[in-house]
Design a protein around this ligand. Structure first.
Ligand SMILES: [Zn+2]
Length: 289
């Protein structure tokens, strides 16, 4: 499943392609993905120009000059590919030129956004857990999927003060509290495991019992890990590919995630796995207290 760094990578890949370009038409090849497409989806997009792209949690918001924003979630297997005729303008480092014979006609290509200059942005999603909706830009933070979600882990609002306030009196395990989307938006299992290892904090520790200085360390590690993953192009689990069609490389750098039984990089003792609220936590019982 694409995690926050992958979504940020996709957003950064699409931005130079979409920004300032007008949509000529939109093809939908089915009625919807996880949810039906909104009424008049293609017609309301046609003729509009993309202004800019933002990310909120694991959603991409593409603002248009007609007062609407295209809201996208990649689900489990969603990805974008940019196809262009040869000789098109340079679109930046994420520019991807279709291989000979490649077209937007794969069985899982569900949405094709046609842009000026004969560019096509193709959304493919074999499992169709992704979603697209159109929302009024001014009201998009009130969308039912965005309302009530917590602070961005890479934004200034995430701080030791914030976590101390949210965790106060909480007996829930630290792992569960960090995965709570009402507290931090879009932070997934992999990155929580890795941040807890770096901060030397046990995933089983009571959230309310973590000292202030450890929360500061934890916040720093969360930011570092996400930024490193974004720079590496995301973690690439199974089906994920960046908008440029190139697989990310961050996965090779995991220190504890999916490494049960392998030696801890710090002390050499085997990494343990424990299931917490239905998700696997990987940690070193010796190093993480
Ligand atoms: Zn260890």
């Amino acid at each position: 499943m694409p995690e926050l760094p992958e979504v940020e990578t996709v957003k950064r890949g699409l931005e130079p392609v979409l920004k300032g370009r007008k949509i000529t038409r939109v093809e939908t090849r089915r009625d919807g993905l996880r949810f039906p497409f909104p009424e008049g989806f293609s017609d309301r997009l046609a003729g509009a120009t993309f202004i800019h792209l933002t990310r909120r949690a694991k959603y991409i918001l593409a603002d248009l000059d007609n007062g609407l924003s295209l809201l996208v979630h990649l689900g489990m297997t969603g990805r974008f590919t940019v196809l262009s005729p040869k000789g098109a303008a340079n679109l930046g480092e994420f520019y991807f030129e279709a291989a000979a014979g490649e077209s937007a006609d794969g069985p899982h290509d569900h949405v094709v956004i046609h842009l000026e200059e004969d560019l096509r942005v193709v959304y493919s999603d074999p499992r169709r857990f992704g979603m697209m909706d159109l929302v009024e830009t001014a009201a998009c933070q009130n969308h039912k999927l965005l309302k009530g979600i917590g602070v961005e882990p890479l934004g200034n609002e995430l701080s030791a003060d914030y976590l101390a306030a949210k965790f106060k009196g909480k007996a829930a395990p630290l792992k569960a509290a960090l995965l709570d989307q009402r507290i931090i938006a879009g932070l997934g299992n992999i990155y929580v495991c890795e941040a807890l290892f770096r901060a030397r904090l046990s995933p089983k520790r009571k959230a309310g019992a973590v000292k202030r200085e450890k929360l500061e360390e934890l916040v720093r590690h969360i930011r570092d890990i996400l930024n490193e993953a974004i720079l590496a192009g995301g973690s690439t689990l199974q089906d994920f590919q960046g908008a440029d069609g190139v697989k990310g490389e961050y996965q090779q750098r995991f220190l504890v995630y999916d490494r049960e039984g392998q030696p801890c990089s710090n002390c050499g003792k085997p990494i343990k796995r424990v299931v917490q609220s239905g998700r696997s936590s990987f940690y070193c019982a010796h190093c993480q207290k």
